[in-house]
Design a protein around this ligand. Structure first.
Ligand code: F0G
Length: 456
């Protein structure tokens, strides 16, 4: 694993610019475009079939084989093994859910939940942060930073904190961050800056600060993060016995996941490790639906690497003129200026993708149904289930398809959202469709038994 088999290059159809793996860049200095990590596959010892990765199940005492990310390291060979930062991320599970299948209108056996809340910091972000902090270590970074709606900051703080390799500065917007997430950054010792503004403001600030102060940036503009996030798809395939599903459905915020998934499938196909690519559905919250507006309403496409950037610019200008701010209860995806927009367009192109937006009510009902089926997730994650239900209603997903919804974050990240849903805490709100209200009961045996009797 050395720099000559891996390099960084700008995306898009214009002139290609290449940079070394030790360069600390989050955009191409020549074109301003996002960067990809690329490999000279002819010189990488890639297994001849995905099944070969199974042999690592028997060598789990090696931390790199134990990691649900690094056990696939031949598929993102940018790091020398001795530099890899791992804390056992990616022990996540793919679960068939008959309850959720019924809710969204799929045939039995066709709906799977990829439960990324089981990661060390409770969200999918650890898949990417193990890779980003590895690169940070490779380049000798002393301070790492990110802007976050809460999960990225929790993840960065845990990776930097547990490894003691670097200090962490996190930028969060004011007000909206869920307490579970804020508490993590504080506990793990990150310098936590609450910017007077929202996530979009915080991200702009952190990019400027990192450039000015030579701080290592760990947002998903960092191409190494996306390399780690590809492993979510490898584990989905592993969970399906290496069979490719019909659909991957994922919430869309800053669009790092969807971008990483598209790249993963394009590479697997190029390497002959899969014979077809699943379709991708990216689900926005209706209150933060830039991708939906641009892709589905205005017809923005990847266009062989030349997306209509004037259209994107004018969309953002209009947004600024109207002082239009993202607004959703799914605070993790409350983002109006997704930094990976162009990479996501590429992923949608690779995966014959669709984009939908769903209301907060649809998200919260779907979340309650995920919960009632025995899994917990935070609101943003449930956008994938709400989106699947919508795509079933629209006849785009067929009842007999095999669908994998990515549950991106743990239920305990945002307990307030859950308790509010079930208790109708907010004045004037009507009872939610699947509310499971706590029952107030007098402190005596008879009354308690009477309540339980009714329940049976
Ligand atoms: N789901 C959860 C739970 C998230 O935390 C995020 C993003 C997303 C979905 C969206 O993923 O950005 O890859 O499209 N959270 C970021 C953060 C922005 O700061 O924690 P994406």
């Amino acid at each position: 694993m050395s720099q000559d088999i891996a390099f960084q290059t700008n995306i898009g159809s214009g002139p290609s610019h290449s940079y070394g793996i030790q360069d600390v860049l989050t955009a191409c200095p020549s074109t301003g475009q996002l960067l990809d990590v690329r490999y000279d596959w002819n010189r990488v010892p890639v297994p001849s079939s995905l099944k070969e990765f199974e042999k690592r199940w028997g060598t789990r005492n090696n931390p790199l084989d134990f990691s649900g990310v690094w056990r696939f390291r031949e598929l993102f060979p940018f790091a020398p093994p001795e530099q890899i930062v791992t804390i056992g991320e990616g022990q996540t599970i793919l679960q068939k859910s008959e309850h959720v299948a019924r809710y969204v209108g799929m045939n039995p056996g066709g709906l799977f939940l990829q439960y990324e809340g089981l990661n060390p910091s409770g969200s999918f972000k650890d898949n990417g942060m193990t890779a980003a902090t590895t690169h940070a270590r490779m380049v000798g970074a002393r301070i790492a930073a990110c802007a976050s709606t809460g999960n990225t900051s929790a993840s960065l703080a845990i990776y930097a904190g547990t490894t003691g390799l670097m200090r962490t500065v996190v930028f969060v917007g004011s007000g909206k961050i869920a307490f579970g997430k804020l508490s993590q950054a504080l506990d793990y010792g990150a310098l936590t800056l609450q910017i007077e503004g929202d996530f979009d403001d915080a991200l702009k600030q952190v990019r400027d600060v990192c450039r000015e102060a030579g701080i290592y940036l760990c947002n998903s503009v960092n191409p190494f993060r996306l390399e780690g996030q590809k492993s979510i798809m490898y584990r989905v395939l592993e969970g399906l016995g290496w069979e490719v599903p019909d659909w991957i459905v994922v919430p869309g915020g800053n669009l790092g996941n969807s971008s990483a998934f598209g790249k993963a499938f394009a590479e697997l196909k190029e390497l002959g490790l899969i014979d077809r690519i699943p379709r991708l559905a990216v689900i926005n919250a209706a209150g933060a639906n830039t991708l939906y507006e641009l892709y589905e309403k205005k017809g923005l496409r990847w266009n062989n690497g030349s997306p209509d950037t004037a259209l994107i610019r004018s969309f953002y200008e209009q947004m600024d003129r109207n002082n239009h701010r993202a607004n959703t209860l799914a605070s993790a995806i409350e983002i109006n200026r997704p930094v990976n927009l162009e990479k996501c367009l590429r992923a949608l192109d690779i995966c014959d993708g669709v984009v939908r937006d769903v209301s907060d009510d649809e998200i919260l009902d779907a979340k309650a149904q995920v919960g009632a089926g025995g899994f917990g997730c935070e609101p943003a994650s449930a956008a994938s289930v709400a989106g699947t239900k919508l795509l079933r209603q629209q006849g785009i997903i067929a009842p007999g398809d095999r669908v994998v919804c990515i549950l991106t974050g743990h239920q305990l990240k945002d307990p307030k959202a859950t308790v509010n849903y079930h208790t109708v805490a907010e004045a004037g709100q009507t009872r939610r469709a699947f509310a499971n209200q706590p029952v107030l009961v007098p402190n005596n045996l008879e009354s308690i038994l009477a309540v339980i009797k009714k329940f049976r």
